[in-house]
Ligand binder design. Structure first.
Ligand SMILES: Cc1cc2nc3c(=O)[nH]c(=O)nc-3n(C[C@H](O)[C@H](O)[C@H](O)COP(=O)(O)OP(=O)(O)OC[C@H]3O[C@@H](n4cnc5c(N)ncnc54)[C@H](O)[C@@H]3O)c2cc1C
Length: 413
C-alpha cells in the first residue's frame, strides 16, 4: 500500500469536511473552556455510521460465541487466514484518527480510550454476558469508558508498585480499595475497566495476581474527580478515581475468573495503543507542515519570504521526511493487519517511539518557523506542540519503548 485508494480518499474528504464544520468552530470550547468532547464525537460516529458498523461486528461476534457455547460447528477464523476486509476496517479506523488529530488530538485520545481500550478490553477478555451487558454502548460511544491502571506511585512500573487491591469477601465477591490517577475520561466515565492486584493471604505483594473489574459510575465507594488542568489535549478529560470499600460481585470480574486478564491482558492493550499513536502523529505532522509551508510563503523579513532562507527550508524538508516516514508506517501497519499478521511488541514500540518523538520535533519546529506568532494560541501550532508532548508520555514513555525494543533485540539468538 503506497497511498489511500479512491474510496478511502473519498471518506477522508468527508471526514475532513466534518472536522472543518463540526470540530474547528468548537475548538476553544472543548480545548480550553471545559466543554466535554463527547457530543461532538457521538455526532461524528453517527454521521459516518461507525455505530452501525460497530453493532454489526458486535452482533456477529456474540452470535459466534453463542454458537460455540451451544456446541455448533463454526468456521475457524484463524484457519481461513486474514479475514476479508480486516485491512479496510483498520483503514476506516485510521482515517478519522488522522483527520481529527490535524486539529484536536484530545478528541482521539478520549474516543480511543473509551471505544478501543474500554470497549476493546471487554470484547477481547470479557465473558459473553459481560460483552452483552457493557460493551456495545462503549463501542458506539453512547456511554463513556475509561481504562485505569496508573496510580500515584505506579506509572512506568505499572505492576510493580500497584497498591489498589481487591480482597475476596468470603461470599464469592470482592472488596476493592485504592486509587488511580491520570485516567482519561475518568471524570465522566460510565464504565471503568479497573486493573488491580488480588490480595491473597500468604501471597507476597510481587507475586499477587493482576485482575480487572468492570465498574459503573455511581457505585457506592467509587469517586470520580473533576478534570485536571493540563498542558495540552484539553479536549480529553483526565482525572482521578478513588475506591473505598467498593463491593463487586464475580459478574464484574473481567473474563469471569481470576486468571483471565492478568499481565498479558494489560500488555495486549499497550500494544493496541502504540499502533494508534503513529496515525495520531501523522495527522499532527501533516497539519504542522501545511501551516509552516503557508507561513514560510506568507511571512516576509529582510524583503523576502522567510521560506527563501535555507535555514527555514531545512526545517520544512525535515518535516516532509518525517511526514513520509509516518505515512509509510501507517500504511505498513494497515498491510500487516490486512495480511492477518500481528506486529511484535518491539515493532509496535519502535513505531510509537518514532511517532511520538517526530510529532514533538516537527511541532516544535513549526512554532519556530512561526516566530512570535507561533507562540500565540491563534496560530494553532502551539497547540500541536503541547499536544504532541503527551505522545512521549502516555501509552508507555519514550524510555519504556526504548527498553521494550532493546529487550527484544537482545533476546534474539
Ligand atoms: C494526559 C494523560 C492521560 C493518561 N491516561 C491514562 C489512562 O487512561 N489510563 C491509565 O492507566 N494511565 C493513563 N495515564 C498515565 C500514563 O500512562 C503514565 O503517566 C505513564 O505511564 C508514565 O508513568 P508516570 O507518569 O508515573 O511516570 P514515571 O514512571 O514516574 O516516570 C518518570 C520518568 O522516569 C522515566 N523512567 C521510569 N522508569 C525508568 C527506567 N526503568 N529507565 C529509564 N527511565 C525510566 C520515565 O520514562 C519518565 O521519563 C495518562 C497520563 C497522562 C499525562
Amino acid at each position: 500500500m503506497i497511498e489511500w485508494n479512491e474510496q478511502q480518499r473519498m471518506i477522508q474528504g468527508m471526514v475532513r469536511d466534518f472536522v472543518q464544520k463540526e470540530v474547528v468552530p468548537h475548538l476553544d470550547d472543548i480545548e480550553y473552556n471545559g466543554v466535554p468532547p463527547y457530543d461532538i464525537l457521538r455526532k461524528m460516529i453517527k454521521t459516518f455510521g461507525m455505530d452501525v458498523m460497530a453493532k454489526q461486528n458486535f452482533d456477529k461476534q456474540i452470535a459466534r460465541e453463542k454458537a460455540i457455547a451451544a456446541g455448533e460447528q463454526v468456521e475457524d477464523k484463524k484457519k481461513d487466514g486474514p479475514s476479508a476486509g480486516a485491512g479496510e476496517q483498520a483503514a476506516m479506523t485510521m482515517i478519522p484518527i488522522i483527520e481529527l488529530c490535524r486539529h484536536c488530538q484530545g478528541l482521539v485520545t478520549a474516543m480511543g480510550v473509551s471505544m478501543g481500550l474500554g470497549g476493546g478490553a471487554i470484547m477481547s477478555k470479557g465473558t459473553t454476558e459481560q460483552k452483552e451487558r457493557w460493551a456495545l454502548p462503549l463501542l458506539t460511544m453512547e456511554k463513556i469508558g475509561a481504562w485505569a491502571i496508573s496510580e500515584p506511585n505506579s506509572g512506568s512500573d505499572a505492576f510493580g508498585q500497584m497498591k489498589t487491591l481487591a480482597k475476596r469477601d468470603g461470599q464469592g465477591g470482592y472488596i476493592i480499595n485504592g486509587s488511580k490517577t491520570w485516567i482519561t475520561n475518568g471524570p465522566y466515565a460510565d464504565t471503568i475497566i479497573l486493573i488491580c492486584k488480588l490480595d491473597e493471604e500468604g501471597v507476597s505483594p510481587q507475586d499477587r495476581k493482576i485482575v480487572s473489574f468492570i465498574l459503573d459510575k455511581g457505585m457506592p465507594g467509587l469517586e470520580q474527580s473533576k478534570p485536571f488542568k493540563k498542558m495540552g489535549i484539553g479536549a480529553s478529560p483526565t482525572g482521578e478515581l478513588f475506591l473505598s470499600d467498593v463491593k463487586v460481585g464475580v459478574d464484574r470480574l473481567l473474563g469471569g475468573s481470576e486468571d483471565s486478564y492478568g499481565r498479558s491482558g494489560a500488555k495486549a492493550t499497550f500494544m493496541q495503543e502504540r499502533a494508534g499513536v503513529a496515525a495520531m502523529a501523522l495527522g499532527m505532522v501533516e497539519r504542522a507542515l501545511e501551516l509552516s509551508v503557508q507561513y514560510a510563503k506568507d511571512r516576509s523579513q529582510f524583503g523576502r519570504p522567510i521560506g527563501q532562507n535555507q535555514l527555514i527550508q531545512l526545517k520544512l524538508a525535515k518535516m516532509e521526511v518525517a511526514r513520509m516516514n509516518l505515512q509509510n508506517m501507517v500504511f505498513r501497519y494497515l498491510e500487516t493487519v490486512a495480511s492477518g499478521k500481528l506486529m511484535t511488541m518491539a515493532e509496535a514500540s519502535a513505531m510509537k517511539l518514532y511517532a511520538a518523538q517526530t510529532a514533538m520535533e516537527v511541532s516544535t519546529e513549526a512554532v519556530q518557523i512561526h516566530g512570535g506568532y507561533g507562540y500565540m494560541r491563534e496560530s494553532r501550532v502551539e497547540q500541536l506542540m503541547r499536544d504532541a508532548k503527551i505522545l512521549q508520555i502516555y501509552a508507555g514513555t519514550d524510555e519504556m519503548q526504548i527498553i521494550a525494543i532493546a529487550r527484544d533485540l537482545l533476546s534474539r539468538d
